[in-house]
Design a protein around this ligand. Structure first.
Ligand SMILES: [Mg+2]
Length: 304
């Protein structure tokens, strides 16, 4: 979802599923909703609604409760099992208080009482847009290292499994690079932690700037970064690692009246089918430690 758009404009980007068995109400609100949302899907009962949901993955669902074939609560329950972020609005008559309780237990987000007032429904949909945005921000935050803006370890797990799956299917290896900033403690001790953070951010930006879009870079530890190079063997990865080393070596990081300079030590390993993730990362890590031992500001390759 585009975060600079207003909430009302945002509805125009969304797909909404509307489920209602009663024809008069359905015709009336189909006309009303069509003007507000990007794509409107309409179903006459929960079973139809569930099928439309599976095929189109709308972001908002508006559903009646009492319907033939499958009611709105059973449908919502089925949908909640597979999608935790879709916003569900139930339409409920005032006297259906027990249904409302069940709806809340199932994970329905909002309710609007029947007979439905168009303005109330519209306002409720806008609330859903706001909630969808916060959910997206939460998802971003859970996958991002706040200081550098890079992906974090959790995101790495997802990407590593994807690359591993691909490598096993097509037999093309991928490579791992671990880059650790040399003498980082000195930066913190001499210039303070703010300078240290600034250096981390600058190095992160430099690393991301010289990999391809299909590659991946995350913050692995304090001053340590891990990169995944898609469809790249050890020799090609060694060339990339050397390029990364030079880019960081040439980096001038402005801080107050000075220009800070750092170097990185890099270790490279390649994933071969059958290896597990930890083993592959351990090999890159060991190579990185050999680069440190051999004098830093250099690249070492895994021997396996
Ligand atoms: Mg009904």
């Amino acid at each position: 979802m585009n975060k600079t758009m207003g909430d009302a404009d945002c509805l125009k980007n969304l797909t909404v599923l509307y489920v209602e068995d009663q024809e008069d109400a359905r015709v009336q609100f189909t006309r009303f909703l069509e003007r507000l949302v990007g794509q409107l899907l309409v179903a006459e009962n929960g079973a139809e609604g569930l099928n439309l949901f599976m095929a189109n993955h709308p972001q908002i669902i508006i559903t009646d409760i009492l319907m033939p074939v499958m009611d709105g609560l059973v449908m919502s329950q089925e949908i909640r099992k597979i999608d935790r972020s879709v916003q569900i609005i139930v339409l409920t008559a005032f006297e259906q208080i027990d249904y409302l309780k069940s709806a809340i237990n199932i994970g329905v987000n909002k309710y609007v009482t029947k007979p439905v007032n168009g303005v109330t429904l519209y306002k409720t949909m806008l609330e859903c847009v706001v909630d969808l945005r916060s959910l997206e921000q939460l998802k971003d935050a859970a996958r991002t290292d706040l200081l550098t803006g890079l992906a974090n370890r959790r995101e790495l797990e997802i990407r590593f499994s994807a690359e591993k799956g691909r490598a096993e299917r097509n037999g093309i290896p991928f490579s791992v690079i671990i880059a650790d900033i040399d003498f980082f403690k000195r930066v913190n001790d001499t210039y303070g932690h703010l300078a240290g953070d600034h250096v981390l951010k600058a190095v992160a930006d430099a690393l991301v700037g010289c990999i391809r879009t299909e590659d991946f870079c995350c913050r692995w530890g304090g001053e340590e970064f891990l990169l995944l190079l898609a469809s790249t063997n050890l020799e090609a990865a060694a060339i990339v690692a050397e390029k990364l080393r030079q880019i960081v070596f040439n980096l001038e990081i402005p801080w107050e009246w000075e220009s800070l300079r750092v170097t990185v030590s890099l270790g490279v390993s390649t994933y071969k089918p059958g290896m597990d993730r930890d083993e592959c990362i351990r090999l890159a890590d060991e190579a990185m430690f050999r680069a440190k031992a051999a004098g830093r500001n250099r690249v070492e390759l895994s021997e396996v």
